[in-house]
Design a binder for this molecule. Structure first.
Ligand SMILES: [Zn+2]
Length: 385
């Protein structure tokens, strides 16, 4: 038994099969030749279908229908809003530190630097509540551009997944106090709670985050670089840097930041990044991190969608490349481990329900766009020590 109104739909089909899984019902149909226009009857019946639908090919032979069959679980909106709010506070603290108008208190602890930073992070929230929030407001020029990039990235995934009828959580933001992180956050993520049906869904959902986030990143970088400062003499580095609580952080280049530096500061030896430019730098860096073609990162989704099982080989190559790059920048070892953990210990991408159905040729450009964005934003040595 399927949805009310399905009888009208099925009259336009030559054949179909119904699969129920993870609270979803999937109908895979071959549409009869007379209805492929689609016919007015089919159009009308599709309007009444209580879920998502899309054509699997250009000549409109195959049609996929998805609808929820189990009751949708209520979202814990309070949790998402609370995490987002605390992340705003932390990112404001980081931004104010970058702007040089505030700094997290340096606590002494007998457990060393990390213990001190944890203690300081704990005190941070108390200070903010006792009126310290006014002092960190100047961090807005860093915090809001950065969080806009992260939010738009996650909403790209979220709305695309919802468009395909996938059960998806709203974004979870991960706050980190400014004494522990110069960006006040560990990023954000969404959870997909029902399976991905085919490679088209996987491509669109995987690509939508980084592509949407990249558009915002470009705007933030452009505005940020136009407010940064080029140094010609007395620079300690050839490249970009920020200061954080009295320390310089030297940043590596992607093709994108290299091009921006040439454009805005053709004569400068080094560039002191404005907080907004640093937000853009982090946005581009996070985009590239997500597009590494490993396991269940966005890049793993896109590559599996485009190349199927060949992702296994490319993923292994990516893993070896990260291990080698880690020799110049150990942060890549951390990322390789995290990526494997996210993928449940595997570098390969798990199959979708219908792996044999390829991405329609007209959509493959989405995958190539991701590969281009990855090439533009990848920073081989992110932090120059
Ligand atoms: Zn993503």
């Amino acid at each position: 038994m399927t949805a009310p109104g399905f009888d009208d739909l099925s009259q336009a089909f030559e054949a179909w099969r119904v699969v129920r899984l993870g609270g979803r019902e999937y109908v895979d149909a071959v549409v009869a030749p007379g209805h492929r226009g689609p016919s007015p009857q089919l159009k009308h019946a599709l309007k009444r279908w209580p879920g998502a639908h899309y054509w699997t090919d250009r000549d409109r032979t195959g049609l996929v229908l998805v609808r929820p069959v189990a009751g949708e679980r209520g979202e814990r909106w309070w949790l998402h809003l609370l995490l987002a709010f605390v992340t705003v506070i932390c990112a404001l603290g980081a931004g104010a530190t970058l702007a040089g108008v505030w700094a997290p208190t340096a606590e002494l602890s007998r457990y060393g630097a990390l213990g001190g930073a944890l203690l300081s992070g704990f005190h941070f929230f108390g200070d903010v509540m006792r009126g310290g929030w006014r002092d960190i407001l100047p961090g807005a020029s860093f915090a809001f551009p950065l969080l806009a990039i992260l939010l738009v990235h996650e909403l790209g995934h979220y709305f695309t997944a919802r468009r395909y009828g996938i059960d998806t959580s709203p974004p979870f933001f991960l706050p980190v106090p400014p004494s522990l992180s110069p960006i006040g956050s560990l990023g954000a993520f969404i959870r997909m709670r029902s399976p991905v049906l085919d490679r088209r869904q996987l491509l669109d959902v995987g690509a939508a985050g980084p592509l949407a986030g990249f558009v915002v990143t470009l705007v933030v970088l452009w505005l940020g670089y136009s407010h940064s400062e080029g140094l010609t003499l007395g620079a300690e580095t050839a490249g970009e840097y920020v200061t954080y609580a009295g320390r310089h952080i030297y940043l590596g280049d992607s093709l994108l930041t290299m091009a921006l530096r040439r454009h805005f500061f053709p004569d400068a030896v080094a560039v002191y990044l404005s907080p907004m430019a640093f937000a853009g730098w982090v946005g581009a860096f996070v985009t590239a991190l997500n597009l590494v073609p490993l396991s269940q990162l966005d890049g793993g989704h896109v590559l599996y969608a485009m190349f199927g099982k060949r992702q296994t080989t490319i993923g292994a190559a990516a893993l070896i490349a990260l291990l080698l790059l880690g020799q110049s920048s150990p942060s890549w070892w951390v990322w390789a481990i995290l990526a494997l953990l996210i993928g449940g210990g595997r570098w390969t991408h798990p199959s979708v329900l219908t792996p044999e159905r390829p991405v329609p040729p007209g959509r493959r450009w989405i995958g190539w766009a991701c590969i281009l964005v990855f090439a533009l934003t990848f920073v081989p040595v992110p932090f120059v020590l």
